[in-house]
Design a protein around this ligand. Sequence first.
Ligand SMILES: Nc1nc2c(c(=O)[nH]1)N=C([C@H](O)[C@H](O)COP(=O)(O)OP(=O)(O)OP(=O)(O)O)CN2
Ligand code: ZN
Length: 148
Amino acid sequence: MSPRSARLARLSRSVTFSACHRLHSKSLSDEENLKLFGKCNNPNGHGHNYKVTVTVRGQIDPVSGMVMNLTDLKEYMQEGIMEPLDHKNLDEDVPYFAEVVSTTENVAVFIWENLQRLLPPGILYKVKVHETEQNVVVYKGEETTAGK
Ligand SMILES: Nc1nc2c(c(=O)[nH]1)N=C([C@H](O)[C@H](O)COP(=O)(O)OP(=O)(O)OP(=O)(O)O)CN2
Ligand SMILES: [Zn+2]
């Protein structure tokens, strides 16, 4: 390694939270919702134990030896994930999901947007959300024009 080059590393931390939700789109009729979402459209909802892994990416600071202090990341994840989502009814308690369907994709986007506001600029790399053992979404802040 040359004296001036810096090592880049990715640092991850996971949390779990419990929440209930109902998959239901206001853009669809009740019949269309039932057809699309099936059991997940149950009017009284259903619950999950979500697992979220957040990854940050940056230079390993030569003095601290850290990309960022995990103690700080823990606090950001508490504020950006646990406080708004843990033990909540996503659709009723979280204003974001009043107009946005509470799929795992959209939960990942919600978490990404919260953490982007809290973390140092440019450091957030990936948000991974397990809704169940089998179902997982990865969001890395990517956007595209509609339909592409
Ligand atoms: N693209 C998406 N599709 C579905 C989502 C989602 O978030 N994004 N979510 C659901 C339901 O909310 C539901 O949680 C899925 O539950 P379930 O089918 O029970 O989950 P598993 O596949 O893990 O359970 P199995 O035991 O394997 O059936 C539906 N679709
Ligand atoms: Zn669900």
